[in-house]
Design a protein around this ligand. Structure first.
Ligand code: NAI
Ligand code: MG
Length: 503
């Protein structure tokens, strides 16, 4: 049951098939697509391209498996399988991290960490599997009736993931759904299919019953749309662009499946003048440049109090220019390439827009000079200063290493600018004033607020958006609500069914 066939492409590209009903298969059309290294454009994988017919097969397999022994398996057995998956991911964390790195360009240091976080996600949900239950509630006449709820799985869950964190996104879409007793059809992003298919292999090795996890790589408008419209799918969990999210909601109306959406952002990182400058700069660099800025919750709008602004900018620009950009397989690299040529062009387009709008380009703005990187999708750390929040570069998600540094005078203005955007995924405040920190945590319209830190996301903390950053939450107990439904049961305790119609 090997997913990696004998290496046959001239450059050593891997070959991957679809995973349906516990088996690795070619797509029904026989089509394949290539996944390309963002470092040097070489083909790293040749992957079976799923579309509607394969999604149909996967959904049928998931439904049959869900209605089979999976439904009656004790929760503790499900937990054991998830724990085995966690251990297998841990054991292969280096390799899985490297696969994501060659697929999408995140530095190995980061993708290894993400692989370990994926293992922790499975471990967390393994624990949850045995803690999902309904409630009993006293009836108005408690001795006569008993009322209680059953919390049941929704059934077949479709997961559609983006490319910016391939394995961790696959873990977020599968571990909670399985813990809650559902079957899953996962459609990974077309740029980054490898580790989702490795996860399928791990699931099989861990003893997950056939058909409970199916992985169908393919393109959005074909495979993704087939999943979102499918009448046999009960719920879609989606992460990606908000424009795609809106399409998913429209497609979901065919059978009124439920949808949760995690849709990116333009998060304000608000820095007051009472901070330690070096710490504040370090936090802002971390918030912005991790994963080359390709994180939905990146701190891309850096709001700095005018009394600190010039000193902050000088140091932030200096440190941005020192970032080690390079081959993401090198452990010393801190910033790799962007995922694709399309993403590079998008970033370049926004740099032109920023210049045109009158922002000051303080550093970066182009591709690195190093000839070793010339063939990859690399972009320099880039800082725009004197940015007005109404500019396009401050309002739109660039998804690259581009900062918009904005001035503010006082707390009220910081909140007004911070909230003046269509998104609401995350926000952050740096200050030593404890009261101010908590006031802002309340006033900022975002699903996560970070105080003097950034990018803290753990399996037990609910993650999701306000406004156009989407709805529903991933991670944490809150997610159980989205992956189960409630059934109310009423029992007559005294043979007292009201005979209202007796004559
Ligand atoms: P996307 O939203 O188009 O893709 C995300 C996933 O949705 C992929 O698996 C894709 O195949 C699927 N998809 C695309 N069109 C679909 C459709 N019509 N029906 C069903 N599934 C569909 O994002 P894309 O095109 O990869 O990137 C575009 C921009 O989106 C990025 O530049 C970035 O600004 C933003 N983005 C935000 C992410 C986040 O974490 N919130 C992640 C990835 C991208
Ligand atoms: Mg798209």
């Amino acid at each position: 049951m090997a997913s990696v066939l004998p290496v046959s492409a001239p450059n050593g590209a891997r070959r991957y098939q679809l995973f349906i009903n516990g088996k690795f298969l070619d797509s029904q059309s026989g089509k394949t697509f290539e996944s390309v290294s963002p470092h040097d454009r070489s083909v790293v994988a040749i992957v079976a391209e799923g579309d509607k017919a394969d999604i149909d097969a996967a959904v049928s397999a998931a439904r049959a498996a869900y209605e089979g022994p999976w439904g009656s398996m004790p929760a503790g057995e499900r937990a054991k399988i998830l724990l085995r998956m966690a251990d297998l991911i841990d054991a292969r964390a280096m390799e899985l991290g490297q696969l994501d790195t060659i697929d999408m360009g995140a530095p190995v240091m980061l993708s290894n960490g993400m692989a370990m976080l994926a293992a922790e996600t499975f471990r967390y949900w393994a624990g949850m599997a045995t803690k999902i239950h309904g409630l009993t509630m006293p009836a108005l006449r408690p001795g006569e009736y008993l009322g209680y709820t059953l919390r049941e799985p929704v059934g077949v869950v479709g997961g559609i993931t983006p490319w910016n964190g391939p394995l961790i996104m696959a873990a977020w879409k599968t571990a909670p759904a399985l813990a809650c007793g559902n079957a899953v059809v996962l459609k990974p992003a077309e740029h980054t299919p490898m580790t989702a298919l490795e996860l399928a292999r791990i699931a099989a090795e861990a003893g997950l019953p056939e058909g409970i996890l199916n992985v169908v790589p393919g393109y959005g408008p074909t495979a993704g749309a087939a999943l979102a419209t499918h009448p046999g799918v009960d719920k879609i969990a989606f992460t990606g662009e908000y424009v795609t999210g809106r399409l998913i909601v429209q497609m979901s109306t065919s059978n009124l499946k439920t949808v949760t959406l995690e849709l990116g952002g333009k998060s304000p990182h608000i820095i007051f003048d009472d901070v330690d400058l070096e710490t504040a700069v370090a936090n802002a660099l971390f918030g912005l440049y991790m994963n080359t800025g390709q994180i939905c919750s990146a701190g891309t709008r850096i709001l700095v109090q005018d009394t600190l602004y010039d000193r902050f900018v000088a140091r932030f620009v200096e440190r941005s220019q020192e970032i080690k950009v390079g081959d993401p397989l090198d452990f010393a690299t801190r910033m790799g390439p962007l995922v694709s040529e399309e993403q590079l062009r998008k970033v370049q387009r926004y740099v032109e827009i920023g210049k045109h709008e009158g922002a000051r380009l303080a550093c970066g703005g182009g591709q690195p000079k190093d000839p070793a990187l010339a063939n990859g999708f690399y972009h320099q750390p880039t800082v725009f200063t004197e940015v007005d929040n109404r500019m396009q570069i401050a309002q739109e998600e660039i998804f690259g290493p581009v900062a918009s540094v904005i001035r503010f005078r006082d707390e009220d203005e910081a909140v007004r600018i911070g909230n003046d955007v269509i998104y609401g995924l995350a926000a952050g405040v740096q200050t030593k004033d404890l009261k101010r920190a908590h006031r802002l945590a309340k006033r900022l319209q975002a699903g996560t607020v970070w105080i003097n830190t950034w990018h803290m996301i753990e399996p037990n903390s609910p993650f999701g958006g306000y406004k156009l950053s989407g709805y529903g939450r991933e991670n944490g107990v809150a997610m159980v609500e989205h992956l189960t439904r409630l059934k109310q049961v009423w029992v007559d305790l005294n043979d007292f069914t009201m005979d209202l119609f007796a004559s």
